[in-house]
Every structure is written in C-alpha cells, then in structure tokens.
Design a binder for this molecule. Structure first.
Ligand code: ES4
Ligand code: ZN
Length: 343
C-alpha cells in the first residue's frame, strides 16, 4: 500500500491472466514500426488516425480492425517482439502467470507459415520466467466463423510439428457459430491430450455456454457474462464452479454492456460464480489486467478481500502446476497483508 498525500492507493494483486489474445496486444506504435520494418503500406497516415478507429459498435467492428492490423506481422521476430512487449507490460501490472491465446488461422490464411507464427510466439514464452518472472503456456484458438475442417486441418499440422501448445480455444464472431459446430475439433483435441476452453456467452446466448460444456467438454468459459440471463445456467456454473474469464473493459468497449457501472461482475462474484478478471485485447480496449482492476475498484469499490478472491480464482482456474499455484496463492496472501490498513 502506498500513501500519496491524502489518498491511499493499492497496487493490483498478483494474478494469472487466463484470457488474452496475443494479437490483441499489438499496440499502435508497434503496428507502425513493424509496418516500416516490413515495407507495408498502412491505410492510416499516423498513429492518431489509427487510434480514431478504436471506437467499436460491436464484436465484429473490432474484429475487422484486429484482423486488418495483423498484416504487419510477417516474420518470426515480429511475433517474438509483440509477445515480449506484452510480457513486459503484463509483469509490471502484476501478472505472474499467463495462458496466451493465438489465432494461427488468421496468419496462415494470409500466407504466413504456421511455423513462423507459432515459433515466434513460443520463443518469447520459452524464457518468460527468467526474463519477466511470468510463467506461461500457449493456447491455439480457432476461428469459429471459419469451417470446422479448416480448424481440424490446422490442429493436425500443430500436432505433426509438435507445437508447444497446452490447449485449444474458440474465438472470433460468436453469434451464428455455436460451439456444436466444433464437436469433432474438440474431440480430436481431447484425444491428443490438450486442455479445452471456448469463448461463450460474450455476444451469444447462455445456451452456447451449456453447449460448450456438454458438447465440447471445455474446462473454462471465456467471457460467459450472458449466463446471467438464465438462472438454470447460473445455478449449474455455481454448483460446478466452472471458471469464467471475464473481461470488463472489453465488454464495455464492444458494447456487450453499456458502461462499467452496469457490468454484472459484482453480482457474479456475490452469487459465488468462479470469475476472474482479464484483459482480452489490451491494446484495443484501453487497458491491461491492472487497469481493469483499477477501474473496478474506482467504479464498483471492490475491496481488498474481493480483489484477492478474483486473483485467487484466476490462479486456481489456471492450468499451472499445483506447485506454481501454491506459490502464487501465497503471493496473494502476502498482497492482502500489505494492502489492508494496519490494525
Ligand atoms: C476477441 Cl473480445 C473477442 N471475442 C471473440 N474473439 C476474439 N478474438 C480476439 N478478441
Ligand atoms: Zn477473447
């Protein structure tokens, strides 16, 4: 705890970041420097003109810009640089473990080799502990607005090349692309011993959450906020303590909720859902995990114990080893001691 003048501030707790798209960490400055390095013409004059595009109406309007900006990622080094930038910034904001999604199909479909994108990200992750004090693992996310056969093809290639992936995820345009479309993909991933997660209930209905659990056999739901529209789904998620990786600033920017004041996270926490706080695409949504915590504290008045519960949920819901989880849970206990005012 720091005291600045009259004001008492707490730093964000040590956390596991469980919902992060590495391509969503591409900052405008890096977009411009990679464009120059790779001789790519951007359809924006300067960083300010690019920033003007960061007003999103919905998920699709964001995805259009997110995929367009990936054009600057060409070489293995580009992917490594982007990943190192994220790790450095995340570590400064209290992230101690990160489970990082990447979208291989978004790169292969524009002519970048699978090895280039996977090896580039994996290279930064291989030394993340030594370099930044962040343990990491990689999750290959598949684009639900593409055919299942494309995902199956890329998964087979990832397995053939022995890619260092711990699991698979499902992202991109949700409505009209239900989890059931990917039954064979998740079956194959399960047979290959991979962990399974999926976005559900971000823009799509609560029934997609149920499908992801029952048809895809996922261990975590990314977002899941629309569970709140169905009491039976909520009861099940509470009973089974299914982890929901919530991204408050993302939900506001993509207009899933009107403003942070209206976000369901406080109620979700109060009724015993297993929720954590994550950044999703921090370069696009105005903040990293610590920024999400800071704004939640400001707008919803989350207490130190409430923040500690969110942090502990993130660690327990991660795919880290039991030893690593114990170590990080101890750090949360320490953070609580340092953050509570002296008795
Ligand atoms: C995403 Cl916020 C969000 N939702 C779905 N897919 C995504 N890919 C990157 N960010
Ligand atoms: Zn996401």
């Amino acid at each position: 705890m720091e005291t600045i003048g009259e004001k008492t501030t707490t730093t964000a707790p040590p956390v596991a970041e469980l919902h992060l798209h590495i391509e969503g960490t591409l900052q405008p400055e890096l977009i411009f420097s990679l464009a120059e390095r790779n001789g790519i013409d951007l359809p924006y004059q300067d960083i300010d003109e690019l920033r003007e595009k960061y007003e999103f109406r919905d998920l699709q309007s964001f995805l259009d810009l997110y995929y367009a900006n990936m054009a600057v990622l060409q070489t293995e080094q580009d992917f490594t640089d982007m990943t190192c930038d994220y790790l450095k910034r995340a570590a400064a904001g209290g992230v101690r473990h990160a489970e990082i999604m990447m979208d291989p199909q978004a790169h292969v479909s524009r002519g970048v080799a699978l090895e280039t994108c996977v090896n580039g990200v994996a290279k930064a992750l291989a030394t993340s502990n030594e370099d930044f004090g962040v343990s990491t693992l990689l999750i290959a996310a598949f684009l639900r607005d593409m055919p299942e056969d494309s995902a199956l093809d890329v998964l087979e290639q990832l397995l053939d090349m022995n890619a260092p992936i711990a699991g698979i995820g499902l992202d991109s345009a949700e409505v009209g692309n239900p989890p059931s479309k990917f039954q064979r993909l998740y079956q194959r991933a399960g047979e290959a011993g991979l962990r399974r997660i999926a976005h559900a209930g971000e823009e799509g209905p609560a029934s997609y959450i149920t499908e992801a659990l029952d048809i895809l056999h996922v261990e975590r739901i990314d977002h899941g906020i629309r569970c709140m529209e169905d009491t039976e789904v909520v009861q099940r998620l509470v009973a089974e303590q299914v982890p929901l990786t919530v991204c408050p600033l993302s939900n506001v920017r993509l207009r899933a909720v009107d403003k942070l004041e209206d976000h369901p996270l406080p109620e979700m926490l109060a009724i015993g859902l297993n929720v954590s706080v994550n950044s999703d695409d921090p370069a696009y949504f105005g903040g990293y995990v610590d920024d999400n915590y800071q704004q939640l504290v400001k707008v919803h008045g989350f207490s130190v114990p409430e923040q500690a519960t969110l942090a502990a949920n993130s660690i327990r819901s991660s795919f880290a080893s039991d030893e690593r989880k114990a170590e990080l849970l101890e750090e949360v206990t320490q953070w609580v001691k340092e953050s509570l005012p002296p008795q």
